[in-house]
Design a protein around this ligand. Structure first.
Ligand code: TYD
Length: 137
């Protein structure tokens, strides 16, 4: 499937509101449309730093701002869209084949990424010209 920015979507998560504090959760193939093989997180990002400028050939992912805020720029080679994540009760679903960059991290921000694949360097497209070529552009 030749994915576009229209295949990216914000998914709202359940919230159990409680005077003791709120609770949200994610289950594979329910809140996220894939089986979760890996979880990683990005934290202690120095001001002005950019992460994740690359695309994945197979990995599907879901990104939640567990704390703080950051922006995710999605690029399908033709169009771009920026999503700002700032609350832990929703996240961004990103299918494979899209260039994505994370930027504008606030102090103490914590980005959690759920992935459909184990880590594999072969799944990365790290150079933008290679990405355009991959997309047939
Ligand atoms: P990378 O995905 O390139 O970071 P970013 O998307 O922020 O640019 O990951 C940085 C390094 O971390 C990568 O070269 C290898 C290692 N890494 C793992 O070993 N396992 C993982 O699950 C991830 C995401 C990264």
């Amino acid at each position: 499937m030749n994915t576009t920015i229209n295949d990216v979507k914000i998914i709202d998560l359940p919230i159990f509101g409680d005077p003791r504090g709120n609770l949200s959760f994610i289950e594979e193939e329910k809140q996220v449309p894939f089986k979760i093989k890996r979880t990683y997180w990005i934290y202690d990002v120095p001001g002005g730093q950019v992460r994740g400028g690359h695309a994945f050939k197979n990995q599907l992912e879901f990104i939640v701002a567990l704390s703080g805020s950051f922006d995710i720029v999605i690029d399908d080679g033709l169009n771009k869209q920026t999503y700002s994540l700032s609350r832990s009760f929703y996240g961004l679903y990103i299918p494979h084949g899209l260039w994505r960059q994370m930027e504008n991290f606030s102090t103490n921000s914590l980005a959690m990424i759920l992935s459909s694949t184990l880590y594999s360097e072969e799944d990365y497209i790290r150079k933008y010209p290679d990405f355009l070529n991959y997309k047939g552009l």
